[in-house]
Design a protein around this ligand. Sequence first.
Ligand code: HEM
Length: 399
Amino acid sequence: GAAGAAGLVAGGAGGALGVSAAQTGPQDAAKAVTSIGSTEVPFRTARAGQQAGITTPLQATGHLVAFDLAPDADRRTAAALLRRWSRTAEELMAGRTPDADTGVALDAGPSSLTVTFGFGHSFFGRTGLTKRRPVQLDPLPDFSADALDAGRSNGDLWIQIGADDALVAFHALRALQKDAAGSARLRWQMNGFNRTPGATAHPMTARNLMGQIDGTNNPKPSDRDFDERIFVGRDAEQDWMHGGSYAVVRRIRMLLDDWEKRSRHEQERVIGRRKDNGAPLTGGSETTPMRLDASGPDGLPVIPANAHARIAAPESNQGAAMLRRPFSFHDGFREDGAPDAGLLFVCWQADPLRAFTQVQRKLDRGDALSRFLRHEASGLYAVPPAAEPGDYVGRPLLE
Ligand code: HEM
């Protein structure tokens, strides 16, 4: 899954922060580089007050990291940590360097840096806040195809870092890690990437490592029901989550050796869309709606019954929808020689049970893509709204 037609791709039309090299011509190379570096994402979005990094266009580099609180840490420790983290994130996203800086990003601009904070299920027990734990954080069910590594799953706290420059992203990660010293320690870290802004001449939806255009049918911020589907509403039981969202994170390894042996024709039938331009097999362009009821001369559906896009579509899931905003990953090679590569699938929704879980249950029963995938790690996090000016992320929960 991915992010894209919603304007989430760097350079995509209508993105909240549209500046990108893809919008400038190659003759403008120097200017393009400058604008990539100088692009700043506000720590508090004007939109519905949500944190940056959800509707922000996909960045070229990402780090996903989870922390566990130190054994003697309590709610006050966590509050102080979130205060430090929020200040650091706000400074770095504005292109300023914190005290005692490492200098790693000294000569770079903010480069669309975003830092997004979330709380895992275990956080609430550790801090005596179980009464304020949303039911939406109840553990995800087991899926038949899961092969999850507990050490790389869940965690008390989660941070998503994204930037269009790898040094800027690393710099942010180091600064946040130093802020955590004594209060929390890293549980796991995953590193991902997307296309570099300016790598294609025309703005387009992202491609994943299977070569598919991925993110086409994401909900779009201009959709009437976008906020309702992606962000937690006012009627939520836990008022500290109003305007927040739930992130599901899955490390999904792709069995690329198997996949790449399939013909393009077969690969396209696995998804139900063309590889070159992402158009549905029922015709048109990338943005043409799929005609799920169309059948061919043989009487069979043109978009196969087990095609990934058919099975995952809101039409097949009582309207369930999520905003997919992933990074690709490549962590070298496995002992068997196969690439350890795939998708750091991140999806955002107001209610994971009615979005990710509902759809993954259906995919798990056997969509055509599943046999080329292994889900290896999993996390579910409550991502509160952005902090008010002068405040820190999560204060309404932690104070
Ligand atoms: C659509 C790839 C995992 C949910 C798609 C599309 C591709 C794709 C190529 C069609 C283009 C588009 O609309 O984005 C992948 C790959 C995956 C993966 C390579 C794993 C490595 C998942 C998972 C879920 C998911 C785990 C959710 C549980 C969706 C949804 C759509 C979609 C909701 C849009 C369907 C529609 O409305 O047309 N995916 N996907 N995908 N995928 Fe995935």
